[in-house]
Write a protein that binds this ligand. Structure first.
Ligand code: ZN
Length: 481
């Protein structure tokens, strides 16, 4: 096993090829990287971190939905149903540092973490670190991330300086972890690229670059320093971004087709509530129990609603009550030019949690953005930027080819198996991704060595052994054996 190899993964949330060149990466080192359907932060990062599809890890959005009552609940680390890469490494004695990865909060939802340091993600209700004993050391850096770009839309310049202030403090933190702590895998996600793409859509067209340049410059310096420290550095994004020029109100279209029934008075009331409570509150996990119910839940009549799109910004998922409705919805929606195609989730994904996913995914036509909101109109012209399926992939370091020819485009599922292979560890045979063998230099050890596959129980057994060892050690400490 290559115990002394150090691997860094830099995640740039929502970075497209244009954004990542603004950050500083050279054009010829950037490759396409295919996201999940939908190309959305929660399922995409979870797929990167597990190597499996949403029907196996169970995450498709920020919420889970009960189709019969229309009640929604925010998902947490406990809802991730497949072992994360850091957990597999942990059972093999390798150390990980995991920073700002969605669905890692609360830390109790991550089982194997004896050798792992975790810093909570931006959507967590508190900025904290695992193990707890480190919170004293790094307390001054655990500041709240300025993720709420939407509330700064009136003063865009101010937002950039707010983010700059934040990233300067946070980077000191990441440098300390990078340089002072012991690790084999260092995985950090920067959300700034996503926030900026939302608030400054023009940067995707190569305009307004001045606003983001100072932040991207310090970010790039960190990437370079991480590359110096690591043997191999991956830079990946969970999805890309594109300019949209039309909004399609999916639930309004469904209401028009008779699949949704709602009360206009209740809608007015719910809108009022939504105005009073900022969206950021709804997004933050713990407050959820006290947060006002979402606008759809408050408005729709559950008995007379047969299909709907859940209240999330970038989901393409559509929940339907039964199979006959699903067919009718498909036929009905197919007529809209804003929809490119409709796929059944069971044809797209396979795994034990497929029934918890939306039953249909409606793929938008280019430049179309979906909204779950109920509107008088079904479509509306609007200039904005939002998620797209082509993220970015870049890798440099020892044994890595400088000119990669991919036989198949890399996907979000390929990171976990590729990293296990680099570390010389076996890959659970139910992982959906593949080892990206094309990234290695032909004569490198990584290219010569064949990937090894094992039954998923291999890691479960190691974990059991680990627990047993710990229990014995504890008993010995207590003088009982
Ligand atoms: Zn994202």
């Amino acid at each position: 096993m290559n115990e002394h190899l150090k691997i860094v993964i830099i995640g740039l949330d929502g970075a497209s090829k244009t954004t990542v060149q603004l950050v500083g990466l050279k054009k010829d080192t950037i490759y396409d990287f295919i996201s999940t359907i939908p190309p959305y932060t929660p399922p995409a990062w979870t797929s990167i971190f597990t190597g499996v599809n949403p029907a196996k890890h169970g995450i498709i959005g920020w919420q889970k939905i009960d189709i019969n009552t229309l009640k929604t609940k925010l998902v947490t680390s406990h809802d991730v149903k497949y072992s994360r890469l850091s957990e597999l490494l942990d059972t093999s004695g390798l150390k990980s540092i995991v920073i700002n990865l969605p669905m890692t909060y609360p830390f109790s939802g991550i089982v194997n973490k004896n050798n792992t340091i975790i810093v909570s993600d931006w959507a967590a209700p508190e900025q904290t670190i695992y193990p707890k004993k480190l919170s004293q050391t790094y307390k001054e850096y655990l500041i709240n991330p300025p993720h709420d770009w939407a509330s700064h839309i009136e003063n865009k310049k101010e937002y950039a300086s707010l983010v700059k202030e934040y990233i300067q403090i946070r980077l000191n933190f990441y440098y300390e972890l990078l340089e002072k702590e012991d690790w084999d895998l260092f995985f950090v996600v920067f959300s700034e690229t996503d926030w900026f793409s939302h608030i400054y859509p023009h940067i995707l067209e190569g305009k307004d670059k001045g606003l983001v340049a100072p932040i991207f410059k310090i970010l790039y310096k960190f990437i370079q320093d991480a590359q110096e420290t690591a043997d191999i550095t991956f830079v990946v994004s969970d999805h890309g971004f594109e300019i949209k020029n039309k909004v399609f109100y999916v639930n309004s279209a469904l209401a028009k087709g008779g699949f949704i029934s709602y009360s206009k008075t209740k809608l007015k009331l719910a809108r009022l509530v939504n105005k009073v409570f900022p969206k950021s509150l709804l997004k933050r996990a713990v407050e959820s129990s006290n947060a006002p119910s979402n606008i759809l839940e408050a408005t729709l009549n559950p008995e007379k609603t047969h299909a709907f799109m859940p209240p999330e910004p970038t989901t393409w998922g559509m929940y339907t009550k039964d199979a006959s409705i699903k067919e009718k919805v498909k036929q009905y929606l197919q007529n809209f030019e804003e929809i490119k195609t409709i796929v059944e989730s069971s044809k797209l994904y396979n795994g034990p949690h497929v029934d918890n996913l939306p039953s249909l995914f409606i793929i938008p036509a280019k430049g179309v953005e979906y909204s779950y909101k109920l509107s008088e109109k079904i479509t509306e012209a609007k200039y904005m930027a939002d998620h797209e399926i082509h993220g970015i992939f870049s890798v440099t370091g020892k044994g890595i080819s400088e000119d990669i020819n991919f036989s198949r485009l890399p996907t979000v599922y390929d990171i976990a198996p590729t990293i296990l292979h680099i570390f010389g560890l076996p890959i659970p045979n139910d992982m959906d991704g593949r080892v990206l063998i094309e990234i290695f230099e032909e004569d490198s050890e990584f290219a010569k060595r064949k990937p090894k596959y094992v039954d998923p129980s291999y890691y479960e057994k190691r974990q059991e052994d680990e627990k047993l060892k710990k229990a014995i050690k504890n008993l010995k400490l207590k003088g009982k054996i």
